[in-house]
Design a protein around this ligand. Structure first.
Ligand code: GLA
Length: 383
């Protein structure tokens, strides 16, 4: 595209959330991991203030000028533009660059391809201007781009894990302080992502409605966020809450506890306990928070019924997209290269694929994922 080799190659990963769903915008706890699927940008600086990006996935080149940023209609370029806007707005001095971008995170599946695109762009801007990379600050600015430029009212989880993920680990994130703690996956387990291949159009309105219901519950308890409601507080006055608001609050209050218990289970290498907590999380999301779907429930139940599955749950915002399962690794092969087709993975995948297709008429996509590092520069040829 640009006749010369790139000066930098940057990448930012997608994510899967092990546990802690719909807790981030309640100032609570989440336990996601960055996955070994990412967006990469190969780039070099330009002497002017233009950004030229060629997307291999969309087979399209798009251009914007750092001094003339205008919102346009839904297009992949709005993410890089939004990030440029948020960084400049915060005082970062940016410079132009040109590059080629590609990724292998399925789009719209709930694996945070948007957050990965935002963080990859931020990593590119910081690399070409040789500034210090601050993962939490970048996550907040990328969230701002998503909230205020793209117009999606998400919490901080997706940007934070794409920015700050740790290889081999899930990351406990305190969404109030943005403190993080890397927690290793229990030895002998693999994380399997199960894409239902359903995409729901109403996610945004249902998501905003859940946020409003959580805010209503926190007002009832007289606290800034549901994070501040202990289980004792909840139990002592839950009967004064309207039934729906009570359900929503019960999910968030108990989910925060499950996240912290999951961390303890992981630190103890207790895969069975982690799996049990994932199963409980699914029931809470299905019955109290009501963000699951028929296909997600079918997928989760099929996964849970497999020998060697410790637990499974829907993951991400819900209403479609992916489930996540924690699976025992009997063979060294499953714990190796995630893309390698091992015997155990093949059996797990084939059984679930056949049963899911029979139950829903849909073809699922199933990936064994390795916990990856957050956004990084993988090639730097600058002197
Ligand atoms: C989406 C949002 C996140 C989070 C999850 C639900 O992924 O982007 O901020 O709220 O839903 O846990």
């Amino acid at each position: 595209m640009f006749s010369e080799p790139p000066a930098f190659v940057v990448r930012a990963p997608g994510r899967v959330n092990l546990i802690g769903e719909h807790t981030d915008y309640n100032d609570g706890f989440v336990l996601p991991m960055a996955i070994d699927r990412a967006i990469w940008i190969a780039l070099r600086p330009r002497p002017d203030r233009e950004v030229h990006v060629h997307s291999l996935d969309f087979n399209e080149t798009a251009v914007f000028h750092l001094d003339r940023l205008f919102k346009e209609t839904a297009h992949w370029l709005e993410y890089p533009k939004g990030v440029a806007w948020a960084l400049q707005n915060d005082g970062y001095q940016l410079a132009g660059w040109e590059g080629v971008m590609a990724g292998d995170i399925p789009k719209g599946a709930g694996l945070s391809s948007s957050a990965a695109l935002e963080l990859a762009t931020a990593r590119a801007f910081i690399a070409v201007t040789n500034q210090l990379w601050d993962p939490a600050a970048m996550a907040l600015l990328c969230q701002k781009a998503e909230n205020q430029w793209v117009g999606v009212n998400c919490g901080i989880m997706d940007q934070m894990i794409s920015a700050a993920g740790q290889e081999g680990h899930a990351l406990l994130i305190d969404c109030r302080t943005l403190d993080t703690k890397a927690v290793p996956l229990p030895v002998g387990t693999a994380v399997v992502v199960l894409d239902t291949n359903t995409r729901r159009g109403l996610v945004d309105s249902a998501y905003n409605e859940r946020r409003a219901q959580c805010d209503e519950a926190s007002r009832f308890f007289g606290v800034p966020y549901l994070r501040d409601v202990s289980i004792t507080d909840f139990l002592s006055s839950e009967d004064q809450l309207a039934p729906l608001i009570r359900q929503r609050a019960r999910h968030v209050v108990t989910e925060n506890i499950r996240v912290l218990n999951a961390v303890t289970a992981m630190l103890n290498g207790d895969a069975a306990m982690l799996g049990t907590l994932m199963n409980q999380s699914h029931l809470s999301l299905r019955d109290d928070f009501e963000v699951s779907s028929h296909e997600l429930n079918v997928m989760v139940e099929l996964a849970q019924a497999q020998p060697g599955c410790y637990g499974a749950r829907m993951t991400g915002a819900g209403f479609g997209g992916c489930a996540v399962a924690l699976v025992r690794v009997d063979t060294p092969a499953l714990s190796g290269d995630c893309r390698s087709r091992t015997e155990a993975a093949v059996t797990f995948t084939q059984t679930i694929t056949a049963a899911y297709t029979q139950a829903t008429g849909l073809t699922p996509a199933i990936y064994v994922c390795q916990p990856a590092a957050g956004a990084s520069v993988i090639v730097n040829r600058e002197p």
